[in-house]
Design a protein around this ligand. Structure first.
Ligand code: FAD
Ligand code: SF4
Length: 329
């Protein structure tokens, strides 16, 4: 491991003051420390943000909730406000990692976790995300877990988070702070597609700290589900996942949200495809139609081509399950 200095921040102003070039925040450390051990990243200075006052969930005036960035993933999933009003988020978080990891990992860190592309972790291979301009080993390599939507010639990596798929469906907002002030980023603009700058995973500026994630009042608590298809039943990242949320008037769909994980460089939400379902009947045929529409421009790279059909089936299954689900609390 490379040498680095370390400080603890006790106030938000101090934390952002210290975030100069070469410095990195550390929260739960479950991704960053792995990347440092693998020599993928080597910050010269770590700012431990675990003592910042960002560990609460509070209700907002508009009827939503604001989750402090340092809420542990487990505490978020089991928080009564999340369980009752945003069960889709709770289900997605609990589909990820393991209990030990969820106890340590924070919500802010979850948004910032990096791809699980094998070549990104293997410093002996070219990777544009790790070393811009070096090439992409995955495009002609073993690309079973890679993207089928939104990829570029520079990078076909996927975003690995489960939590972020639910946050995309629920129209979250990310609140951030820097020395320059505070701003809010709509969730669908937070993560980015790779284009020719795949080393940039998101639109957060280098000197910004995530302070909170806000959810609007609408939580789709009556008809929702998170379907995660993976190689093992637990402790595995998604090959394909689907967050589905519906509002129904009888069997008529009055509102719908669909977000996919494991298929693109960011949680994938196709709002145009969602409109296909609004006002329609909640039937398998209509669900199949929206699945075809979402995957219409999908492209595989050999080992991952199976994901196109898998994603279609996962969408139909998720929508059927969401239709039948009744919130139990
Ligand atoms: C074995 C294993 C299995 C896993 N399985 C899954 C899974 O199935 N599904 C899933 O979704 N995740 C999974 N994870 C990932 C896990 O959820 C993430 O590692 C975790 O959420 C990261 O949070 P953290 O607080 O530990 O972040 P850290 O490791 O502390 O930080 C990660 C990055 O975020 C930055 N950061 C952290 N907080 C902030 C902030 N407030 N503002 C700005 N930047 C910040 C850090 O600077 C760093 O760059 C797995 C991880 C492991 C190790
Ligand atoms: S897919 Fe992206 S992360 Fe993986 S090797 Fe190619 S450039 Fe690197």
């Amino acid at each position: 491991m490379n040498p680095f200095s370390y400080t603890r921040a006790y106030g938000l102003d101090t934390a952002v003051e210290e975030k100069v070039d070469g410095a990195d925040f550390v929260a739960g450390g479950t991704n960053l420390i792995d990347l440092m051990k693998e020599n993928v990243t080597h910050p010269q200075h770590l700012i431990d943000i675990n003592h910042l006052p960002l560990q609460e969930i509070e209700e907002t005036e508009s009827g939503g909730i604001r989750m402090g960035a340092l809420m542990r993933n487990a505490d978020t999933a089991y928080h009564p406000l999340v369980e009752q009003r945003y069960p889709l988020l709770a289900q997605a978080i609990l589909a990820g990692a393991s209990p030990q990891l969820r106890n340590m990992a924070t919500d802010g860190g979850n948004l910032m976790q990096r791809t699980r592309c094998y070549y990104f972790y293997d410093t002996a291979t070219p990777c544009n995300k790790r070393e811009p301009g070096s090439g992409c080993s995955a495009i002609n390599g073993f690309n079973r877990i890679h993207a089928i939507l939104g990829h570029s010639e520079s990078c076909i990596a996927t975003h690995p988070s489960d939590m972020c798929v639910a946050l995309a469906a629920l129209d979250a907002t990310v609140h951030v702070k820097s020395k320059r002030g505070e701003r809010s980023i709509p969730f669908l603009e937070f993560h980015r597609l790779p284009g020719d700058t795949p080393h940039l995973d998101n639109t957060l500026q280098a000197d910004e700290l995530i302070t909170a994630i806000e959810l609007p009042a609408k939580g789709f608590a009556d008809h929702y589900t998170y379907v995660k298809i993976r190689d093992r039943q637990s402790y595995a990242f998604a090959l394909v996942s689907v967050a589905a949320a519906l509002e129904l008037d009888g069997t008529t769909i009055t509102d719908v949200r669909l977000a996919l994980g494991g298929v693109a460089h960011k949680p994938w939400r196709d709002t145009q495809a969602e409109t296909l379902l609004k006002g329609k009947q909640a039937t398998r045929e209509n669900f199949q139609q929206v699945a075809e529409s979402i995957l219409a421009n999908a492209q595989g790279f050999g080992h991952n081509t199976f994901k196109i059909e898998l994603a279609k089936r996962a969408i139909v299954r998720a929508l059927l399950e969401a239709t039948q689900n009744e919130h139990k609390s």
